[in-house]
Design a protein around this ligand. Structure first.
Ligand SMILES: Cc1cc2nc3c(=O)[nH]c(=O)nc-3n(C[C@H](O)[C@H](O)[C@H](O)COP(=O)(O)O)c2cc1C
Length: 192
């Protein structure tokens, strides 16, 4: 069977990659609006929209870093982690904290709702890429720390599913891709 030539819309997925080194400009409000509209299209059992976003740019990055520092201090984390906390969000000009915010539902399990929230992270990253920006989905210790969650005002049932760092890829700073198409043979896949 001859391989299909990927249509233009699929190239965004086939060529998706993360950018660790991000500078200005970040997606502006107009870009962010389009990205959020795309996020609203993720698969969503019961259309519960079980997610919300906390956004930081400018001084917001300082506030986010301070919240990270206070949480690390309160949790008795190593000195090195506490000291580096304020710098963490400054690795990009825009950081979205993506929060799974489950709704009470008799039919939609919590995990489904958290997966739905996770889908928004990738969708936002892809939408940003389509608009010419770069991004990386990060987690790390803070993602799971209840003290940090409280710093950000999360409710008990809420969970951070990702920190999405966004900006413009710094030219030449990231490892170039090897240019090879992904090999479908690498996927664990079997017919039942
Ligand atoms: C839930 C989740 C959490 C992640 N957390 C981190 C992280 O904290 N730090 C990191 O360098 N990469 C993290 N990654 C991986 C990056 O987003 C990225 O996929 C990886 O650097 C490989 O690059 P690529 O996306 O270009 O293949 C995470 C990915 C996922 C899905």
């Amino acid at each position: 069977m001859a391989p299909l030539t990927p249509p233009a819309g699929l190239r965004l997925l086939l060529e998706r990659r993360s950018h660790h080194h991000l500078g200005a400009p970040a997606p502006d409000d107009a870009a962010l609006e389009l990205m959020l509209r795309a996020a609203l299209r993720v698969p969503d059992f019961g259309h519960l929209r079980p997610y919300r976003f906390l956004a930081a740019r400018g001084e917001g990055l300082d506030r986010l870093g301070e919240a990270m520092r206070r949480a690390a201090l309160a949790a008795g984390q190593p000195e090195k982690r506490i000291a580096r906390a304020p710098r963490m969000p400054h690795r990009a000009p825009l950081v979205l904290v993506v929060v799974a915010s489950p709704r009470a539902s008799a039919t939609v399990p919590l995990f489904d709702q958290q997966l739905c929230a996770g889908c928004t992270v990738l969708t936002l990253q892809l939408a940003a890429r389509a608009l010419g920006y770069g991004g990386i989905w990060r987690s790390g210790w803070w993602m799971y720390d209840r003290g940090f969650h409280r710093e950000l005002g999360l409710a008990e049932e809420e969970q951070i599913v990702g920190f999405l760092y966004l900006g413009t890829p710094v030219e030449g700073a990231d490892e170039p891709g090897n240019g090879e198409p992904e090999r479908v043979g690498d996927v664990r896949f079997e017919w039942l």
